[in-house]
Design a protein. Structure first.
Ligand SMILES: [Fe+2]
Lengths: 108, 272
């Protein structure tokens, strides 16, 4: 588990045009220096928003990765909810989901 | 010369980015209240506007996280987000490093504030500026309270930061306006996005308006997360505003607008 490293990669990707270009050209190589676990790396490579959320990433970082992947806002919110359904509760950090799995809370 | 204006407002990106999806009967009165705040702010002819926000990893990250920061740059660019997503065109905002330096020096008498000569604005500052300074005429000095990467500074320290800003504003010859922007209860960018705890918000705003310091600083982060989401951590900015103004507050607008993912708030405080 390296929530900090995973968050750091997404934070850098959000702001660094060069990293964005390198990530698009060769995602595996661009991820290499961040020392992520296989699960974390796979989550990024497959744009698994739900798993990244369950791994504990703050939504203020994750929402930009979702946008980068071309995922629309309401879909982004639903994918996190689906992630909890599929992988279980948030595993690290403090940002656990508070509503019930099938609650409808989104204003979207 | 003095602190000449003190107010608070929400800053959620949906306020501009998802504007057309909101109920116009809620949206228009909210925008009108922000317009009223804009007029009140400009009527005080401030030489500079200090905007204390709670940014979302635009400049500060967990590699080196300041609890409190003030900007000291010539100019500031924003938004850091995609302008189309946020619904706000890019702008360069004029700063005043000399004034920043003097304010920071005084704030540091009681608060070990970090300073930053590079600072890019995210929606936390851009959304308020979009409404409060639509023509980009004001000199702006950004401030930040870490409300994103725990451990977060205690609420009573946010109060002390507000007190320090007030002291500094009263010491410099310039006319200083202060706008603090954040929460209140909301769960932005999480699967709970859209939840708003109106009762919690109204209780907090009541404490805020009455200058009930003990009530305002009594929340633990754990309780705030349960009752008000991680967006509730941003009450630190409202606490700082109350401490700076010292006078009673008026809530000009409050209404939960779920598509904006926040209880939308506009308030001003009497400066005494
Ligand atoms: Fe915020």
């Amino acid at each position: 588990m390296s929530l900090y490293q995973l968050s750091k990669f997404l934070f850098q990707l959000n702001r660094d045009e060069d990293l964005k270009t390198r990530f698009k050209a060769g995602p595996q190589a661009a991820l290499e220096p961040f020392g992520l676990t296989t699960e974390e790396r796979d989550a990024i490579l497959s744009h698994d928003i739900g798993l990244i959320y369950v791994l504990g990433v703050n939504g203020q970082i994750l929402m930009h990765f979702a946008a980068f992947c071309g995922i629309e806002w309401s879909d982004y919110l639903q994918r996190m909810r689906d992630g909890v359904k599929h992988y279980g509760p948030v595993r690290a950090g403090i940002y656990t989901m508070q509503s019930g799995l099938d609650d409808k809370v989104a204003g979207a | 010369m003095a602190l000449v204006f003190c107010g608070v407002c929400s800053h959620a990106p949906g306020i501009t980015g998802r504007a057309e999806r909101a109920d116009p009967d809620l949206r228009e009165p909210f925008y009108a209240a922000l317009g009223g705040m804009r007029d009140g702010l400009h009527a005080t002819r401030p030489d500079a506007l200090v905007v204390v926000a709670a940014e979302h990893f635009a400049n500060f990250f967990m590699n080196n996280m300041p609890a409190y920061a003030l900007g000291m740059a010539d100019s500031y660019d924003g938004p850091i987000e995609d302008p189309a997503w946020l619904g706000i065109r890019p702008r360069t905002v004029r700063g005043n490093p000399d004034l920043s330096r003097r304010l920071i020096a005084e704030v540091q008498q009681t608060v070990d504030v970090a300073y930053a000569e590079e600072w890019r604005f995210d929606h936390g500052i851009m959304v308020p500026l979009h409404f409060l300074d639509p023509n980009n005429v004001l000199t702006v000095i950004p401030g930040n309270i870490n409300c994103q990467g725990p451990p977060l500074s205690p609420l009573r320290r946010a109060w002390a930061f507000g007190e320090a800003i007030r002291r500094a504003a009263d010491l410099v010859p310039e006319r200083i306006a202060l706008v603090c922007t954040g929460g209140i209860s909301h769960w932005p960018a999480t699967p709970d996005s859209g939840m708003i705890n109106e009762a919690w918000d109204r209780q907090f705003l009541d404490r805020w308006a009455r200058q009930d310091k003990a009530g305002m600083v009594s929340y633990t982060d754990q309780a705030t997360y349960c009752d008000a989401g991680q967006g509730g951590f941003e009450i630190r900015t409202f606490v700082a505003a109350a401490a700076a103004a010292r006078g009673p507050g008026t809530v000009h607008f409050y209404a939960p607008i779920p598509i904006f993912a926040v209880g939308c708030t506009v308030g001003t405080l009497e400066i005494v």
